[in-house]
Design a protein around this ligand. Structure first.
Ligand SMILES: [Zn+2]
Length: 80
């Protein structure tokens, strides 16, 4: 999988986040941080989001079996 494919995957995650209204006030979530965590040996992409209206925090979990640490570093470099 190329970095471009990974970025597409991340973009689709952002779409899910953008289409999920805050469960408290219905506002929009903003992504604050992305982390990779291993759950049962499967890498998960954990997006820490905060509501832009009320500040409610929510963690979005996406399975990301293709992502390793090097891939994640590339993504972080690309985002910054
Ligand atoms: Zn809210």
């Amino acid at each position: 999988m190329t970095l471009r494919d990974i970025m597409k995957y991340i973009e689709s995650e952002y779409k899910v986040i953008n289409h999920t209204p805050c469960e408290i006030c219905g506002g929009d979530y903003l992504t604050e941080d992305i982390q990779i965590a291993l759950i049962d040996d499967i890498p998960y992409d954990l997006c820490a989001c905060v509501c832009s209206h009320c500040g409610h925090e929510k963690i979005f979990e996406f399975s990301a079996p293709f992502i390793n640490e090097n891939g994640m570093k590339k993504i972080r470099n690309n985002l910054n």
